[in-house]
Design a protein around this ligand. Structure first.
Ligand SMILES: Nc1ncnc2c1ncn2[C@@H]1O[C@H](COP(=O)(O)OP(=O)(O)O)[C@@H](O)[C@H]1O
Ligand SMILES: [Mg+2]
Length: 316
């Protein structure tokens, strides 16, 4: 991100935030084993291969041998309970945190990453300006068309990013990823803050996207309409199914992805059952069965349900 100068202010702010965090910045690096990045002996259809991928945060072995093989054009939807390591897996994939085992990416892979919190946007410029930096100055029409696909129109794209709602910023970030022409998208809960219409816009863009996608989501419609594979993370392992959500459900004969509700963290707390810290401002997707473990947080006013009005600002 240092190289992308227009992000540098955001980046500095993030660095300061990171400095203040008491959490570990990187998980344990297991020096002896180390990460094997292998080339060759993969078929030309392979896009991403993981073998025995392990990630440890201190003593906590979060990912305990993840295996995965994605071909070009595969779209895997990854789900699992809070704290099961979905974000950890995504960060290992993009190389933000160290892991051991084998991680292989196709030589021509160009990775586009969507983080929970989408902190890579420059708050001081408009969506249109950000888009023009990607597409080139003369591409105003295409910039507008791409943003409109994500239901960003008129004044939305002419205001500084800092004045947009969380949901609008998420859509700007996704539109930028599409414009950047990556062939592998790695997305961490991209439809969380979105109202129904925006959600459908994002889903249709992802469905038509010709490249490979790794998407963490609880959005059942996205899992069904977009994904060709399912990955269920639990207790450090990932079970992979070929087929969409409905197909997987048929095999399992029970509901595996529960209804979820998105909450905003009002002030920092730790969920002791999950052993996971949550910071103010973060959003958590909580499933019905996880509610009891968040009871303390609810009773102490740590969580506020996101209402549609908060997810999308009303425009004049
Ligand atoms: N920066 C960190 N420092 C220490 N432990 C962490 C850190 N980030 C995540 N963890 C731990 O890793 C586990 C998985 O977290 P995470 O990948 O965020 O799960 P998910 O995205 O599935 O909710 C949790 O137990 C969490 O406490
Ligand atoms: Mg997460």
């Amino acid at each position: 991100m240092h190289a992308r100068s227009h992000y540098s202010n955001t980046f500095k702010t993030r660095l300061k935030m990171v400095d203040r965090m008491e959490e570990m910045e990187r998980p344990e690096d297991e020096k002896e084993v180390g990460m094997k990045i292998t080339a060759g002996r993969k078929s030309s259809r392979d896009m991403l291969v993981l073998r025995s991928l392990r990630v440890k945060w201190g003593e906590n072995l979060v990912l305990d041998g993840i295996d995965l093989e994605l071909n070009v054009g595969d779209k895997i939807g990854i789900f699992g309970p809070n704290g099961s390591g979905k974000t950890t897996l995504v960060k290992a994939l993009i190389g933000e945190i160290p892991a051991t085992g084998e991680l292989w990416l196709a030589p021509g892979a160009s990775v586009g990453y969507f983080a929970q919190g989408h902190e890579t946007l420059d708050p001081s410029i408009t969506a249109e300006q950000q888009m023009l930096e990607v597409l080139g100055k003369g591409e105003r029409l295409r910039a507008r068309q791409l943003l409109a696909r994500f239901l960003l129109k008129g004044k939305d794209v002419e205001r500084p990013i800092s004045t947009l709602s969380g949901g609008e910023r998420a859509r700007v970030a996704l539109a930028l990823l599409m414009a950047e022409q990556h062939n592998l998208l790695i997305l961490d809960e991209p439809t969380n803050y979105l109202d129904i219409l925006s959600r459908e816009a994002v889903e249709s863009a992802l469905r038509e996207y010709p490249g490979t996608i790794v998407v963490v989501t609880h959005d059942r419609y996205l899992l069904d309409a977009v994904c060709t594979h399912m990955g269920e993370l639990r207790n450090g392992k990932m079970e992979v199914y070929a087929g969409n959500y409905t197909a997987m459900k048929g095999q399992r004969r029970k509901t595996v992805v529960e209804e979820t509700v998105v909450y905003r963290v009002v002030s920092n707390f730790k969920n002791w059952t999950l052993g996971k810290k949550y910071n103010a401002g973060e959003q958590i997707t909580i499933a019905e069965s996880e509610m009891p473990t968040f009871e303390w947080a609810f009773n102490n006013g740590k969580l506020k349900r996101m209402r549609a009005g908060e997810m999308k600002k009303v425009k004049k």
